[in-house]
Ligand binder design. Structure first.
Ligand SMILES: [Zn+2]
Length: 304
């Protein structure tokens, strides 16, 4: 969430108008070709479709139709501040293939706190969480990589408030954990985790995955499971019970190998799923069926 946020057009508070643009830098910003479609459909469990990437950004409709063409039949759209959470709730309310997660991201919490607005921001999340297609609080958690000591009290306060919201609304929680494994696990144990707790873009190792297994947490694997230097993630994948594995893009980030650095999108989920099936030595269709069932177990049905 270091991306440049483009505010609503002047005088508008229409959440559908909200977009932010990803830095192009010197990356290859062309979208990769579509992979071969999956025979058994799956869902993208975590994406940021309000963030435009590519030479030309893809509209939400285009994102969903490209995804559908390769067997990715739904997306959980995650927010990280007031505006993107409102956009997420709007997207879910307007599209049968989208469900929303809403939250103040751990790297945003200190800024809201410094402005004296953290309570107000959490109240907005609470209100959004009562909408029927908002099915998770997320992404929330702790990030000791981008936030230094000064910002941590606000991060902890925000994380605990978000845990309470997930329990209050009886919905899932998507955790962002960067360089904060022990503190996240300790916090969940101390205050009590929501019934369905997901580590989005799981970044731990097999040892941490064992703890998650004992406690019944879900681990959501992103495109970085395919990266050469990510043996820890593949080890974690192998020890995670099949009924606790999810898959996500974290689009537009974390594009799987061999497209690393290019824009990521839900239609690229098949690349990651095929890689996971090969690593686990399981049948692709069986893995897809399991992943889809796990998504519905955590977030509930997309239709209706
Ligand atoms: Zn994310």
């Amino acid at each position: 969430m270091t991306e440049t946020a483009v505010p609503y057009p002047a005088g508008s508070s229409d959440p559908s108008q909200y977009v932010r643009a990803r830095e192009k830098g010197s990356r290859d910003v062309t979208y990769p070709d579509a992979p071969e479609p999956l025979a058994v459909p799956v869902y993208d469990n975590h994406a940021h479709l309000e963030i435009e990437d590519g030479e030309v950004g893809l509209s939400l409709d285009e994102q969903l139709s490209r995804a559908g063409d390769v067997g990715v039949i739904g997306v959980v759209q995650a927010g990280g501040d007031i505006e993107s959470s409102r956009w997420s709730a709007w997207a879910a309310a307007s599209h049968p293939r989208v469900l929303a997660a809403v939250a103040i991201h751990p790297n945003e919490a200190p800024a809201y706190a410094a402005a004296g607005r953290l309570d107000e921001a959490i109240a907005v999340i609470d209100e959004l969480a009562s909408q029927p297609r908002v099915r998770a609080i997320g992404e929330t958690g702790l990030d000791f990589f981008r936030t230094d000591e000064d910002g941590r009290p606000a991060q902890f306060a925000s994380f605990e408030a978000h845990i309470a919201l997930a329990k209050k609304h009886g919905i899932a929680m998507q955790i962002h954990d960067r360089d904060a494994h022990d503190a996240v696990l300790e916090t969940l144990e101390r205050v009590g985790a929501p019934e369905r707790t997901v580590f989005h873009c799981f970044s731990g190792d097999a040892e941490m995955a064992e703890v998650a297994r004992e406690r019944g947490y879900y681990l959501s694997f992103a495109g970085n499971v395919t990266f050469k230097n990510a043996q820890n993630l593949r080890d974690a994948l192998e020890v995670t019970p099949r009924e606790r594995i999810l898959v996500e893009t974290d689009a537009p980030f974390l594009t799987p190998t061999p497209h690393r650095g290019r824009p990521n999108a839900p239609y690229l989920i098949p690349v990651t799923v095929r890689f996971m099936a090969a690593k686990l030595g399981v049948d692709l269709d069986e893995l897809c069926a399991q992943l889809a069932a796990n998504t519905l177990e955590v977030y509930g049905p997309f239709e209706g």
